[in-house]
Design a binder for this molecule. Structure first.
Ligand code: NAP
Ligand code: GDD
Length: 320
C-alpha cells in the first residue's frame, strides 16, 4: 500500500512537533510548512528534522499553499498554524484575524482548488466558548468568544463547516481544550509557572508575576491530543469533536502543585501583576469529551498532576 502523506502547518509549534512525531510513527510521509524568518526556530523538531520534508509557505499567502499542495500531494492536511496567544490578540487584533481567521479560508480554498478529496483538520479551540453558556461545554454548546483570538477561531470553525457542507469536503474541526507539555511556549501560563518554579528552586529567580489566579481551565497533555486529531481524519464521515479531559482546575491550583512538587509554597513567590490581566477573561472552561470517546475511542492518558510534575521536572533539567 502507498505511504500516506500528511501536510502539517505550524509544525514548529508545540502541537505540530508532537503530531509530526506521531504521524512518522504511523508510517506517514510528513511535510511540514514553515514560514520564512531570518533565524531558524526548529527547537521542537530538530530531533526529527531529517525525517520530515520542510517546505516554505505562509497562511497569509494562498498562492504559496496552492504551490506546495500541488507539488507534494498530501492526502491529509492538518492546519495547526495560528497566532495562538490570546493576550497578543488584544494588542494585534487585525493580524490575529488575518492569520488565525482568514488564514483558514486561504488553506481550505487551496485544498479545494488543488484536490477537494484531501482530508482537512482545523485546530479549533475551547476559547470559542468564552463566556460559557453551559457547563460542561460540548459540540452543541453555543459559542461566545471573549477575545479577538476566540473570534478569529470561531470564523475558522464555521468556514471549515461551510466548506464541508458547500463542497462535500472531508473537513473536521477539532475543538480542543487547553493542552500543555514541556514544549509549551513560555508565554502560556502553565509553562511560565513551571519554568519559574525551576528557576526559583535553582536560585536563579526570586518571584513569579502572574495575573488572574482564579481562571479555571481543562488542561490536558498535548501528546494525548494529537492522537485525537489523527483519529478525526480516519473516520467514515467528517465531523467536529470536543477534545478535553472533563476536569477543571484553577491557575492557583496549578501553582500549588507545581511549587509543592519542589517543596515550596506558591504564596511565598507569586506576585499579582495587573499587566497580565486581560480586557475580557474566560473564567471557566471544562469540556465534555463523550463524543470523541464514543466515536473515536479516544481518551486522555496523562492526569493533571502528572502533567504539572512532568513539566516542572523537565524545566528543572533544562535550567540546570
Ligand atoms: P504554537 O506553539 O503557538 O504554534 C503555532 C504555529 O503556527 C507555529 O509553528 C508558528 O510558526 C505557526 N504560524 C504562525 N503564524 C503563521 C503563518 N502566518 N503562516 C504559517 N505558520 C504560522 O501553537 P500550539 O499550541 O502548537 O497550537 C496549535 C494550534 O492549535 C493553533 O492553531 C492553536 O491556536 C490551536 N489550539 C491550541 C490549543 C492549546 O492549548 N495548545 C488549544 C486549542 C487550539 P513559527 O514557529 O514560525 O512562529
Ligand atoms: N499567559 C498568562 N500569563 N496567563 C495568565 C497569567 C500570566 O501571567 N496569569 C493568569 N493567567 C490566566 C489567563 O488570564 C487565562 O485565564 C489562563 O491563565 C490561561 O492562559 P494561557 O495559558 O495564556 O492560555 P489561554 O487559555 O488563554 O489560551 C490557550 O488555550 C486555548 C484553548 O482554550 C492557548 O493555547 C490558545 O491558543 C488555545 O486556543
Amino acid at each position: 500500500m502507498a505511504k500516506k502523506r500528511a501536510l502539517i502547518t505550524g509544525i514548529t509549534g508545540q502541537d505540530g512537533s508532537y503530531l509530526a512525531e506521531y504521524l512518522l510513527e504511523q508510517g506517514y510521509d510528513v511535510i511540514g510548512m514553515i514560514r520564512r524568518s531570518s533565524t531558524v526556530n526548529f527547537e521542537r523538531i530538530h530531533h526529527i528534522q531529517d525525517k520530515v520534508t520542510l517546505v516554505a509557505g505562509d497562511l497569509l499567502d494562498e498562492v504559496s499553499m496552492i504551490h506546495l499542495l500541488r507539488e507534494h500531494r498530501p492526502s491529509e492536511v492538518y492546519n495547526l498554524a495560528a497566532q495562538s496567544f490570546v493576550q497578543t490578540s488584544f494588542s494585534q487584533p487585525v493580524f490575529t484575524g488575518e492569520v488565525t481567521g482568514l488564514g483558514v479560508t486561504r488553506i481550505l480554498d487551496a485544498v479545494r482548488v488543488v484536490d477537494p478529496g484531501i482530508r482537512f483538520y482545523q485546530a479549533s479551540s475551547s476559547e470559542m466558548f468564552g463566556k460559557v453558556q453551559a457547563v460542561p461545554q460540548s459540540e452543541t454548546t453555543p459559542f461566545y468568544p471573549r477575545s479577538p483570538y476566540g473570534v478569529a477561531k470561531l470564523y475558522g470553525h464555521w468556514i471549515t463547516v461551510n466548506y464541508r457542507e458547500s463542497y462535500d469536503m472531508y473537513a473536521c474541526s477539532g475543538i480542543l481544550f487547553n493542552h500543555e507539555s514541556p514544549r509549551r511556549g513560555l508565554e502560556f501560563v502553565t509553562r511560565k509557572i513551571t519554568n519559574a518554579v525551576a528557576r526559583i528552586k535553582l536560585g536563579k529567580d526570586k518571584e513569579l508575576r502572574l495575573g488572574n489566579l482564579d481562571a479555571k481551565r481543562d488542561w490536558g497533555y498535548a501528546k494525548d491530543y494529537v492522537r485525537a486529531m489523527h483519529l478525526m481524519l480516519q473516520q467514515d464521515t467528517a465531523d467536529d469533536y470536543v477534545v478535553s479531559t472533563g476536569e477543571t482546575y484553577s491557575v492557583r491550583r496549578f501553582c500549588e502543585i507545581a511549587f509543592g512538587h519542589v517543596g515550596l509554597n506558591y504564596q511565598d513567590y507569586v506576585v499579582i501583576d495587573e499587566r497580565f490581566y486581560r480586557p475580557a477573561e474566560v473564567d471557566l472552561l471544562v469540556g465534555d469529551p463523550a463524543k470523541a470517546n464514543k466515536n473515536l475511542g479516544w481518551k486522555p492518558e496523562v492526569t493533571f498532576e502528572q502533567l504539572v510534575t512532568m513539566m516542572v521536572d523537565s524545566d528543572l533539567q533544562a535550567n540546570k
